[in-house]
Design a protein around this ligand. Structure first.
Ligand SMILES: [Zn+2]
Length: 408
């Protein structure tokens, strides 16, 4: 389970277990499994003083380690300015002498926690809350790091973890000891991760950080290049909103109207750091039948058929605006369901009237390269390889039905 989901809904005894693992009631034990679950959430309380000895562990089957309270060291000395140290959290509490022994019995699977002789009967000189103020435990921290690695900004992660909104997981975070988590800390962790700006943080790119900023940049480019463009905001079947921008230049729209009998749909993923999908509509040039010209494009934050359809409808509209029509008959796609749905949505009976599409229903062609890939994936091995070879011959070389039948 993702740690963030664990924090959203922590075990009901989390708060109690954190107290137990701080104050160590006499005779307190946990199973190994529970130890591994809860211990990261008191990592801020204990620092190791003596790690387990490997040889002893092997000999006895019990892994024993010794821990001391985080505040066992001398408090930070105040500086001339009165600020104790450079970090926001400082240790000004009275020195705390509590030390414990953690014994994991590897054969019974039981972990026993006891005070060391020297600190028997002693209480912490502070509360667990004071430690939580001083340092965030690694259970909470790891959940934050996980989210940062997914590419969310420090601001977004903080909002999710300790924000006031409905989507915030703050109630669970408090139970897990993260009450005092804040933006400054999350920002510092993000810097420590040294995430490369590219892959690790897809939502942040160059100067632009958000979809809105990316759109603004795209708009500016379209204006500079004197292209038509339109921002799209579309609600898909699932009720989710998606954003996009569609663009084209007049002279390429004219080409599309003239040569778009067969239109190639191309979609590219991971085109920018925000992981938007780039769609390009191309048609063949007048010169030969092999060169395709990009005629219109769209950058969309989702690959839903509805959003692609909105882009297509806009292109149709622009072409009509030029007094022309997009006489698409064949849509050459890589068999993407979303693209097929978009074509169906755009070139329906009604729109055909208004768009003047005289060819009737648009048919789909599949690109040879993807057909080749599929054949190679499906037909291999001793028995099927000859079949694959014949089908590839039909795909690439045969130009007539008779020749094709012969091959197969
Ligand atoms: Zn203590």
């Amino acid at each position: 389970m993702e740690t963030v989901n664990f924090l959203r809904d922590p075990p009901s005894d989390m708060a109690q277990r954190r107290q137990d693992l701080t104050h160590i009631p006499s005779g307190f034990t946990l199973t190994l499994e529970d130890h591994d679950l809860y211990w990261p959430f008191v990592s801020n309380v204990w620092s190791i003083s003596t790690p387990a000895n490997k040889a002893t562990t092997e000999k006895t089957g019990i892994e024993t380690s010794w821990w001391q309270c985080r505040f066992s060291r001398q408090p930070d000395a105040p500086t001339a300015s009165g600020i104790v140290n450079s970090s926001r959290r400082d240790h000004t509490r009275t020195r705390c002498e509590v030390r414990i022994k953690v014994a994991k019995n590897l054969s019974t699977g039981i972990v026993t926690y006891t005070r060391t002789k020297a600190s028997e009967g002693q209480e912490h000189s502070h509360s667990l809350d004071e430690i939580d103020q001083y340092k965030i435990n690694s259970g909470v921290k790891n959940a934050v790091l996980e989210e940062l690695r997914k590419g969310y900004s420090a601001k977004e992660v903080t909002k999710n973890f300790v924000g006031k909104g409905k989507a915030s997981i703050y109630p669970g975070v408090i139970v897990c000891g993260g009450e005092y988590l804040d933006t400054a800390e999350v920002g510092a962790w993000r810097r420590d991760l040294k995430l490369p700006a590219t892959e690790a943080d897809p939502r942040r790119s160059g100067k632009g950080e958000t979809w809105e900023e990316e759109l603004a940049k795209a708009e500016e480019s379209c204006q500079r290049l004197d292209m038509r463009y339109r921002l799209l905001r579309v609600k898909n079947q699932a009720g989710k909103w998606s954003n996009g921008i569609v663009w084209a230049s007049d002279h390429r729209l004219k080409t599309l109207a003239k040569r778009g009998y067969i239109t190639l749909f191309d979609s590219t993923h991971k085109t920018n750091l925000l992981q938007f999908k780039l769609f390009t509509w191309m048609c063949r040039t007048e010169v030969d039948h092999k060169t395709y010209l990009p005629c219109a494009g769209a950058l969309l934050d989702s690959e839903s058929g509805d959003t692609i359809a909105a882009a297509l409808a806009q292109i149709c509209h622009w072409i009509k605006d030029l007094g022309l029509e997009w006489r698409i008959k064949y849509a050459l796609t890589d068999d993407s369901a979303a693209e097929q749905r978009a074509v169906a949505l755009t070139f329906t009976e009604e729109s055909k009237e208004s768009l003047g599409n005289v060819f009737g229903e648009v048919e789909h062609l599949l690109c040879q390269w993807h057909c080749k890939q599929t054949l190679n994936r499906q037909l291999h091995g001793d028995v099927l390889t000859p079949a694959n070879r014949h089908l590839q011959a039909a795909l690439w070389s045969r130009r007539t039905e008779a020749g094709c039948d012969e091959s197969i």
